[in-house]
Design a protein around this ligand. Structure first.
Ligand code: NDP
Length: 334
């Protein structure tokens, strides 16, 4: 019998790549993905009828029960979230309550339907927040010192996944993933935002200026296609209830990432700081140590950062050429 896989947040970047990965590498699975009535389904349009999409706002407890009653998954990848750190400063209550409520509704629906799926919970390196130099690289043992409402919501999701394992034996796998990028990355995220601005400049749609925030922050970037491969390994090989760092193990500054993108471009570009892009408190450095996850699964990143960033830039070039997106305002930024 086919294994049934539920992907919450399939319309997002990671969810859509996970569906691509499973359809290619695990033909014996049947995939159901959740979307909202207002979701932009562009990221999953290419999947056609190979996956089933169902309308489900996970903040609605009854909708979650109906979802699981009908499908009874063997695996759940819980990716749905308000995932943008900057938005969490604007709407802290919505970010925290929604991210927690979605997971609680899902967990309670699992209990109510008396099913026993393996559940990967998408957690974040942002949970570590303030990290001192002597505490690097970050492992599962580092203290959690979240620095944004988004990070607090992810700590809560993390602790719920632990508590439901301890209290009910729920088969949770807690993946604390560092930044991952690639085609379909939302344009509000720094890598994608820079790539889109550059593609717009190349197309003559805006002045040759890229607007930036904090360029000094250091990040540990992986390719989303490596990460979704890691998620499948996680549900098949990791210990339930445990936390795992998934990272590339390499750090780069935001400035280095920007210079790499600019070096791929055909036009001369000026860089200008935009105060609106600075956060009240920013995570200074994220540098992960994925040895525990590697020991459990054998996973290692395969795709180079250069490939990831070029694919992201090409994605925006293609989106603009096809008219699938509108251009950003010429001088403002998020
Ligand atoms: P995206 O923002 O691209 O996707 C988020 C998804 O969640 C979208 O499909 C969105 O639907 C869905 N969603 C949001 N709210 C609800 C809701 N109330 N009910 C149902 N669905 C909802 O995120 P990514 O794909 O980048 O990330 C996936 C997960 O991984 C997230 O949990 C994120 O926090 C986490 N993560 C991501 C990292 C990264 O670098 N990408 C790093 C670490 C963790 P809609 O299309 O309707 O908006």
């Amino acid at each position: 019998m086919k294994k049934r896989v539920l992907i919450t947040g399939i319309t997002g970047m990671a969810g859509s790549h996970l569906a691509d990965y499973l359809l290619k590498e695990e033909p014996g699975v049947e995939i159901l993905g959740t979307k909202r009535w207002r979701s932009n389904t562009h990221n999953v349009a290419h999947l056609g009828k190979t996956v089933k999409l169902v309308d489900c706002d996970l903040t609605d407890a009854v909708a979650c029960i109906n979802l699981l009653k009908g499908f009874r998954p063997d695996y759940i990848f819980h990716l749905a979230a308000q995932s943008y750190v900057l938005d969490s400063w604007v709407s802290p209550a919505a970010t925290i309550t929604d991210n927690i409520a979605m997971q609680l509704n899902l967990f309670e629906a699992i209990r109510s339907c008396e099913i026993s799926p393996v559940i990967q919970v998408a957690l974040s390196s942002e949970e570590y927040g303030k990290v001192y130099e002597h505490e690097l690289p970050i492992t599962e043992k580092n203290p959690l010192r979240p620095l944004s409402p988004y990070a607090v919501s992810k700590v809560a999701q993390d602790m719920l996944a632990y508590q439901y394992y301890e209290s009910y034996g729920m088969k949770t796998v807690r993946t604390r993933t560092f930044n991952h990028e690639g085609p379909r990355r939302g344009e509000v995220f720094v890598t994608s935002n820079f790539a889109k601005q550059i593609a717009e400049i190349e197309a003559g749609l805006r002045e040759p200026v890229v607007y930036v925030g904090n360029l000094e922050a250091k990040r540990d970037w992986s390719d989303v296609r490596d990460v979704v491969r890691a998620y499948w390994l996680a549900v098949n090989h990791c210990n339930y209830g445990e936390e795992y760092v998934i990272a590339s193990g390499v750090t780069r500054t935001v400035d280095e990432m920007l210079q790499l993108l600019i070096s791929q471009s055909r036009v001369k570009i000026e860089i200008r700081v935009d105060e609106a892009r600075l956060r009240p408190s920013d995570v200074r450095v994220l540098h992960g140590d994925y040895s525990k996850f590697k020991a459990a699964t054998g996973w290692e990143p395969k795709i180079s950062f250069e490939t990831t960033m070029l694919d992201l830039l090409d994605y925006w070039r293609m989106m603009l050429k096809s008219g699938a997106v509108t251009t950003s305002a010429a001088t403002t930024s998020r």
